[in-house]
Design a protein around this ligand. Structure first.
Ligand SMILES: N[C@@H](CCSC[C@H]1O[C@@H](n2cnc3c(=O)[nH]cnc32)[C@H](O)[C@@H]1O)C(=O)O
Ligand SMILES: [Zn+2]
Length: 448
């Protein structure tokens, strides 16, 4: 058995009581946390990490990514979502190879490790490659194959087969670090019949579903025009949002990304059904999609988590930036400085997201999995700290994350990434990105 001690820590447990411990310690045995306490630890440890008074907290959960897109960082900016996808991103994605997605995913994992994210929810293609990258990088990934049916039944059938294959092959792999979901892309790219089939498959297989919903006003208007109702009610008519399950099926997690154009009725329905919302404020601001009514959702009891979205619409995977932006955006649009306070943002970025990834993560307590980070507070931007939550949201940087442990394994110690060769990942992914951009440009020119 391997026993790790982290001592002299300022611990934010993020447990149900949000217990904060000054000068505490955490004991890890194999992949689990066995003790979180103040006072003096006793016993033998294979490894002792002196946190030197730094903040020790659960790792961050990035609940909406497209990791393979990390290669498209900065590929096309300053465009409307529909043009951005149709004219730039989808043509470039048509040129992606499995090797590209592997190195793009490794690059994404590296960036997440360096900025405190221990777990993420992804929706993309060539997902075997992303799964291999997760296996190697050592973090936790909840992976879905993004299924785009385009209202074509045959295409839908083949997309569903690919989605199923990912679930069958990877669910629970890497000591449970890899979990899976079904990923019907969005209500305006897939029919409700197709989305309902994906939900049924998820219930049958005991995994969740991950979808984009009401990202743009254009989606809301199109749905109202075509079906007379918004996306939320359109999918409610096929019971898509139910997380509890009926007599025949197990309950499953439902993860809805964006949710910018939600009405009060939609919010109430999400709260009743137990849907988890992934709020992606930077992507929403960059694509001018709008500001999601997050304070209203929290007031209504919706489980709201945070995500960065893909690297082509952010353009990084830094959850510290996402936390700060989430807080500032709510204050701006509500004209209420009390909206989305720092502690609520840290909850969104840790325990709320963890609920859909692994219920034994997201809080530091005995019996939970050992997924945690050490945030360096011996920094100018961390001096002084009157309130740890305020520090994390308003003044900390992703690059302040010093040490990371996932599933009881040290992935980064004292700023040194241990689970991969950092230079190799940067060089290989850069070469892939250059090749990809060239192929996309050649294709564009050939097509006139
Ligand atoms: N099975 C599909 C791939 C779907 S992956 C998920 C898709 O979502 C796209 N995507 C990325 N960001 C967004 C967003 O903000 N809204 C909608 N789609 C997005 C992404 O580029 C990718 O094409 C195929 O073979 O083409
Ligand atoms: Zn997305």
């Amino acid at each position: 058995m391997s026993r790790i001690l982290i001592k002299n820590a300022h611990i934010l447990t993020m447990d149900d009581n949000r217990t904060e411990i000054q000068n505490g310690y955490v004991v890890i045995e194999n992949d689990l946390i066995t003790k979180v306490s103040d006072g003096n630890p006793s016993g033998f440890f294979d490894k002792t990490i002196d946190a030197e008074g730094n903040i020790v907290m659960p790792g961050l959960s990035n609940t909406h990514t497209h990791l393979g897109m990390t290669l498209l960082r900065g590929y096309a900016d300053d465009m409307v979502l529909s043009d951005w996808l149709q004219k730039e991103i989808w043509p470039a994605e048509a040129e992606l190879t499995a090797e590209d997605v592997y190195w793009g995913s490794m690059l994404g994992c590296l960036e997440m490790i360096r900025s405190g994210t221990t777990a993420f929810c992804d929706m993309y293609f060539f997902m075997d490659e992303t799964a291999k990258a997760v296996e190697k990088a050592g973090i936790r990934g909840c992976l879905s194959y993004g299924m785009i049916e385009l209202f074509d039944e045959e295409r839908g059938n083949s997309e569903l087969i690919k989605g199923e294959r990912l679930v069958k092959e990877w669910q629970g792999k890497a000591n449970g670090r890899i979990t899976t979901m079904y990923g019907p892309h969005a209500p305006n790219t897939c029919s409700k019949e197709f989305i309902a089939r994906a939900k049924k498959a998820a219930e049958r297989d005991g995994v969740g579903v991950h979808i984009h919903v009401l990202e743009t006003e254009d989606e809301l208007n199109t749905m109202k025009k075509n079906y007379g109702v918004c996306s939320v009610h359109h999918l409610d008519s096929v019971n898509f949002w139910n997380t509890k399950g009926d007599d025949l099926t197990a309950g499953v997690d439902v993860l809805a990304a964006h949710c910018v154009w939600m009405s009060d009725g939609d919010i109430k329905l999400f709260a009743e059904k137990g849907v988890t919302v992934s709020h992606n404020p930077i992507s929403n601001m960059k694509l001018s999609s709008g500001a999601a009514p997050i304070q209203k959702m929290l007031d209504a009891g919706v489980n709201v988590a945070l995500g960065t979205d893909g690297c082509a619409s952010n353009n990084n995977l830094n959850m510290f930036e996402e936390m700060k932006t989430a807080a500032l955006l709510q204050k701006l649009v509500t004209t209420d400085p009390e909206a989305l306070p720092a502690k609520a943002v840290v909850e969104m970025a840790t325990r709320n997201g963890a609920k859909v990834i692994d219920k034994k993560t997201g809080a530091l307590k005995a019996g939970n999995k050992a997924d945690l980070i050490v945030v360096d507070t011996k920094k100018a931007n961390a001096t002084p700290i009157f309130d740890a939550y305020s520090h994390l949201v308003y003044s900390a940087a992703g690059s302040d994350v010093k040490t990371m442990i996932v599933d009881g394994k040290i992935l980064m110690e004292d700023y040194l990434v241990l689970s991969m060769n950092e230079n190799e990942v940067i060089e290989k992914s850069k070469a892939c990105a250059i090749g990809l951009a060239k192929r996309a440009k050649d294709k564009k020119e050939a097509n006139g």
